[in-house]
Ligand binder design. Sequence first.
Ligand SMILES: Cc1ncc(COP(=O)(O)O)c(C=O)c1O
Length: 394
Amino acid sequence: MPAHKPLFSCRTEWELSPNQIFTTLENLRKDNVTVFDLTESNPTRCGLNYPQEIFQSLANEGNLQYDPSPKGSMVAREAISHYYKTKNIKVDPAQIFLTSSTSEAYSFLFRLLVNPQETVMFPRPSYPLFSFLGDLNDIKMDTYPLMSENQWAIDVVQLKKNIHPATKVLVTVNPNNPTGSCIQKKELEALNNLCAQHNMALISDEVFWDFASERREEAVSLAGNDAVLTFTLGGLSKVLGLPQMKLSWIIVSGPEAVVQEAQNRLEVIADTYLSVNTPAQNALDTWLSLKDSIQDKIITRLKHNREFLMTKIQSVPNCQLIPSEGGWYVVLKIPNSQTEEKWVMDFLTQDNVFVHPGYFFDFQEEGFIILSLLPKEDVFSEGVRRIFQRLERD
Ligand SMILES: Cc1ncc(COP(=O)(O)O)c(C=O)c1O
């Protein structure tokens, strides 16, 4: 008998059985137990009361026309250019490429910039989707550490050490998920120097940019960074809390000649998929005009939940809130008297509260849990009250 070649690709050889935490969660839900989900970050499940104009603007006869353009329609790109103008950032519509999601934007860029087995450097800790994006695009992932004494910052010395000849791209998440840390002016100078020196490109994921808390004075957006080839990502899933509309974007900036070459090649990739739907592109201008009203609701929710947490944490001396400058999440340092896994399982099984352990986000050390600040106020406050009660007993 001839030896069978494997039916599936190596890149999809993932461990797919659910871990203990998710199995327990699923069983609780099957038994109709009310679980206080403090990981919920799907804004459409958080009772935010979106404006009616969002779906009214979909009743547009133009949605029956298909007039594809690789970069996305000019009206949609002009709307994004205007959105940046309101933040005093100059972005020409010609620099903008639409994609159906930020994850797709990453894939396009890895295809544009990285050969199989070359390396992309991501911040650590950061959000877990990166490892799948890496596998799916045949790239090697490496990390550079974010350190926190009382404020997260890039460990530039270690970053330099981790760069090797096959490193093609540095990724920043600004603000980062889940640490909420932003890129400071000084850090950007260091990143630009390293990219120029080692012929690397920068990708800055700025989906959470509009959600600043105690933003550091020196925090900078990379949109329009012209020192090196830079791709800045944004999208409706966070900017307007509309992940279901599937519209994100890439802004290309940098030295003119390389930007032109990047745009020419990226246009072929985008033209191959033409993945952004027409109704969302036609409605984008109206949707972005609703930005302040939607963001006010999200920001009020984040602020309320953060303030509740800060008041309550004062009575829990063995738990510390790590300061953040933005985003939708908080990182809590909890006692090392037992593992994160055990804490998270205790919260789930004893208190029916679901939080993420730090290791989901690849924290370098044990002893962290991550909470989303987006759940409804009553869910958040009851969940926090329960986990703090347990921590106080430790
Ligand atoms: C930092 C960051 N970037 C990108 C994404 C994915 O965004 P999209 O829904 O546009 O793919 C997420 C999702 O949570 C995220 O946290």
